[in-house]
Design a protein around this ligand. Sequence first.
Ligand SMILES: C[S@@+](CC[C@H](N)C(=O)[O-])C[C@H]1O[C@@H](n2cnc3c(N)ncnc32)[C@H](O)[C@@H]1O
Length: 198
Amino acid sequence: METISFDYNAFQEWIPAAERVFAVARPRSVLEHGLGNGTKFFLDRCHRVVSIEWMVKPEHTKWVQTCQQMFQDHQLRWTIIPYACSGLLATEDEMARIGRYPEILRCRSEIDEVLASVYQDISPDVIFVDAGIHLRGTLVQASFDHAPIILAHDTNIPVYGWARIDVPNHYVCLKLAEGLGTTAWIEKSQTELIHALS
Ligand SMILES: C[S@@+](CC[C@H](N)C(=O)[O-])C[C@H]1O[C@@H](n2cnc3c(N)ncnc32)[C@H](O)[C@@H]1O
């Protein structure tokens, strides 16, 4: 597989932690929430990458096109899902952004519906949550039992709702890096990986 040269900046501070995970687990497929320069990291290493852009603002449409152009040579193993969020999801996302993450997320069924369709198409080895929207805790919650390894970035930033995540008994939560924060939730059956990261 062709290797893409990679320059990463502060937005991709999660990469050293992800490298530690990939060195042991060697995942072949990734479902990514949120596109960006860091998508290259997955395109470099995986045979299948699916990236969802949860679009709540007009600039998100443009961003998808920008990323599509950046990585146009890699379309064969890359699927982009540009999802136009409902007004309800956009409103609840805005509440989270201003520090009022809704107690009960009325858009949860919309998120689940989108993901049910995505999970029909891919059973990812890794799910990575670094979306433009602020409902990231919910995206992690919706990832359990759909991948043995879940990673998320900005886990030191409370507005994203990490405190609401109810970790199932068969997953372990490991903080991998400080800074903005990179955290992994890993199925307990992945003993070699958990040992390597602990
Ligand atoms: C937080 S960035 C991180 C993406 C990727 N994980 C990375 O490390 O490069 C993800 C989201 O931020 C938003 N975003 C980042 N740069 C943007 C831009 N220039 N214009 C519009 N949205 C942008 C998009 O919603 C995108 O999905």
